[in-house]
Design a binder for this molecule. Structure first.
Ligand SMILES: [Fe+2]
Length: 436
């Protein structure tokens, strides 16, 4: 059980001091001529200076040395991170990936070198789009951190606990929890076993909580369940500390002579955070028919078009299913959005057995999808008593208004794409009774 402490809230104005240095936050101003304890003041801006107040995000960090004290960057080789969306031909087929590989024993792969881009769209230079990555690692990052100039990472561990050190403090993120590390925040990941998961990266906008409309002031993911680390600094000189930057779709590395996690105190509303998916307050139909899966949205990253997401993070959590005279599994569907799904554990209700934890599916724009033959036949005749759905299961979806391209790694290199996926719908037969 982790003993880490956290601050609770979403988008709040937080402040934190490492208890070893009381009163390390300057009083009444951000940038005094001399900061307490001889610290440097550094602002991290997560929005334009002039963004409306409700969207304005920034934090002030009080650190032993400013971030700028590093040597020049050079390319970081050997990683399958890309935003080249034309390296494979467009493919409208339904896609299903078997579980992505963990590193083999003897390979030494950390969180950074184990990043692989599977799909995406758009461009961080113009600040619109997203990328979906799979991480797969079997060793901790040692004297190495990562930051992302391009956008925010929403990290979904599937197997293995992530012990994440950030400039704001430490957080531990287990499967069935997620974390968001926003643009520019340096972090390092330790693991204790081979670990794998999914990353949704968004460019240009930050994740927000979805509006609740008639649901009211409470429900879905509640703000107080989002947890932000507390200040925890290390004053550590290192012969060669590597700072890896994701910049315009590529990784670069530079060296410095000290740990970047030397922030003694900080305040602001631009922070990393984690969330336990078990805290999600599920809202759904208690009469008949389905609410659309938007009812399961945990976090959203909105586009300029009202109500339309660059990416929604949606989960399908354990819940009761009580609808009367209703086909209860997900409906057959063609969508103007792209739907990338993953499975953390258990069995997704619409496709038992074939969609496995650590794997994925992609149903692209207007590509038909829905329950497989077995699911349809069973659900069409089941007795409609109140029933538990998805116990022991956590499936999720990254849904985007953009058309996603699959990378060469996703289509070929990973060797996990299942060419037989289409077969699961081939048995669907006509039940048409004909005109009376
Ligand atoms: Fe769908």
């Amino acid at each position: 059980m982790s003993t880490l402490k956290y601050l609770s809230g979403f988008g709040s104005e937080f402040s934190s001091e490492d208890p070893r240095c009381p009163n390390s936050l300057p009083k009444g101003q951000n940038s005094p001529q001399k900061c307490p304890y001889g610290l440097y003041a550094e602002q991290l801006s997560g929005s334009a200076f002039t963004a409306p107040r409700c969207e304005n995000r920034r934090s002030w960090l009080y650190r032993i040395r400013p971030s700028v004290g590093h040597k020049p960057f050079s390319p970081f080789p050997g990683v399958n991170v890309t935003h080249n969306w034309t390296e494979t031909e467009p493919d409208p087929n339904q896609m299903r990936w078997n579980p992505f590989d963990l590193p083999k024993p003897g390979e030494n792969v950390d969180f950074v070198s184990g990043l692989n881009t599977v799909a995406g769209a758009g461009d961080p230079k113009t600040k619109q789009g997203l990328a979906i990555h799979i991480y797969s690692a079997n060793k901790s990052m040692k004297d190495r951190c990562l930051y992302n100039s391009d956008g925010d990472f929403l990290i979904v561990p599937q197997t293995g606990i992530l012990k994440i050190t950030t400039e704001f403090g430490k957080m531990q993120v287990a499967p069935n929890e997620i974390c968001v590390i926003q643009q520019g925040m340096r972090f390092s990941v330790e693991i204790e076993e081979p670990s794998r998961g999914y990353i949704l990266e968004v460019f240009g906008q930050h994740f927000t909580l979805p509006d609740l409309g008639p649901i009211g002031a409470n429900g879905l993911a509640n703000p107080r369940d989002f947890l932000t680390p507390v200040a925890c600094y290390e004053d550590r000189n290192v012969a060669k500390y590597e700072v890896v930057a994701k910049y315009q779709g590529k990784l670069f590395v530079c060296e410095q002579d000290h740990s970047p996690f030397d922030v003694v105190a900080w305040h602001g509303n631009y922070v990393p955070y984690k969330y336990d998916l078990a805290r999600f307050n599920v809202i759904n139909s208690v009469s008949f028919d389905h609410c659309d899966p938007s009812i399961f949205t945990v976090l959203t990253c909105q586009s300029e078009k009202k109500g339309t997401a660059i990416a929604d993070f949606v989960i399908f959590p354990p819940r009761w299913s009580v609808q009367e005279h209703t086909f209860r599994p997900p409906y057959y569907h063609r969508n103007c959005m792209s739907e990338f799904m993953g499975l953390i554990f258990g069995e997704y209700e619409a496709k038992r057995g074939s969609f496995r934890p650590g794997g994925a599916t992609l149903h692209s724009i207007m590509t038909p999808h829905g329950p497989d033959f077995n699911c349809f036949e069973a659900a069409s005749v089941e007795v409609l008593k109140p029933a538990r759905v998805a116990d022991g299961t956590q499936a999720f979806m990254f849904e985007s208004c953009l058309g996603l391209a699959v990378t060469k790694w996703g289509a070929k290199t990973c060797q996990k794409l299942d060419p037989e996926y289409y077969q699961c719908w081939q048995g669907l037969k006509s039940h048409f009774t004909g005109p009376k």
